[in-house]
Ligand binder design. Structure first.
Ligand code: PDD
Length: 285
């Protein structure tokens, strides 16, 4: 496993970020996680588009165009030379005074972190994971919009710690109105009577790139997909559940709060979508 860190266009062995960087001090930063197929980035255009939307969301001007990001990602991937990679692109507000006012930060810091691909245990895909509905609510859309992928992930960190204490592999977070929202680093789907259901973007979630792809693939293959606002009780009648995300891809959920979902195995629609998604990725490699 080789890790390479590209900082402002230069690969440095011992890359460091200043303690006065507002990304470190206040979580004043944005980021993207990108996976690879054949060690080439998947959906990089979509990730760069979202990075740009996140930058707008925190009024940060990206110091480079997409072409620069593509070149630097390729350069860093090539330098690390792993078989498959985990790519994290981070843009921080930069160095400023030790005060929340971002106007003292004049130069954003751009990091491209490349290491070998993170792989979850095979068993999690074969048997499904245990998800816990946590008390930690997803950030209010009007406060820190989950639609902006900022480096301030404390909300999600606290939810993850809560799910760990509950003995689950991940957390299902609700919004402040008690509606289903998302997991800590992935989007949430459930299946009921053959229909695929997922919280709407208005519930205060990240517009996941995997979520989008899965919705498209499902619709193209004749499934009915519905985005909506649901209380957690709707899950009592769910036949299947799964999470989607760049690293997890499509991860079946077979236990919710300790209760078995369906027959306790990944459901047929979830398996079909995993197959369709895998075929799509194969085509990218
Ligand atoms: N997480 N919701 C949240 C809160 C996320 O952090 C992510 C991604 C997703 C799924 O988005 P996508 O399908 O575009 O990866 C949903 C990345 C993988 C992470 O932070 O590690």
């Amino acid at each position: 496993m080789t890790t390479r860190i590209n900082i402002n266009g230069i690969i440095e062995e011992d890359a460091v970020v200043s303690v006065l960087d507002h990304g470190f001090l206040f979580g004043d930063s944005i980021y993207e996680v990108v996976s690879t197929r054949g060690n080439r980035p998947c959906f990089l255009d979509e990730h760069l588009q979202r990075l740009r939307r996140s930058a707008e969301g925190i009024a940060l001007t990206l110091p480079h165009d997409d072409e620069w990001f593509c070149q630097q990602v390729a350069f860093t991937l090539g330098s690390a030379g792993n078989t498959e990679s985990y790519i994290r692109i981070i843009v921080t507000r930069g160095i400023g005074e030790i005060d929340i006012d971002p106007s003292t930060c004049h130069s954003p810091c751009v990091l491209i972190f490349v290491t070998s691909a993170r792989i979850y245990p095979r068993e999690w895909y074969e048997n499904g994971i245990h998800l816990a509905v946590v008390n930690t609510k997803r950030n209010l859309k009007d406060a820190l919009n989950p639609g902006i992928k900022t480096g301030n992930y404390l909300n999600n960190v606290l939810a993850k710690m809560e799910s760990d204490r509950l003995g689950a592999q991940d957390a299902l977070m609700l919004n402040s109105w008690g509606q289903l929202a998302e997991s800590t680093t992935s989007n949430f789907f459930f299946v009921r009577e053959g229909r695929i259901l997922t919280p709407a973007l208005d519930c205060g979630i990240l517009a996941g790139i995997t979520r989008n792809t899965v919705i498209r693939l499902a619709e193209e293959n004749g499934f009915l997909v519905e985005e909506g606002e649901w209380p957690v009780e709707v899950l009592e009648k769910a036949d299947e559940m799964f999470l989607t995300g760049t690293v997890k891809q499509i991860m079946p959920v077979t236990r919710l709060d300790g209760k078995i979902i369906g027959d306790g195995k990944p459901g047929s629609i979830t398996r079909k979508l995993i197959h369709l998604y895998e075929n799509l990725l194969k085509g990218l490699g």
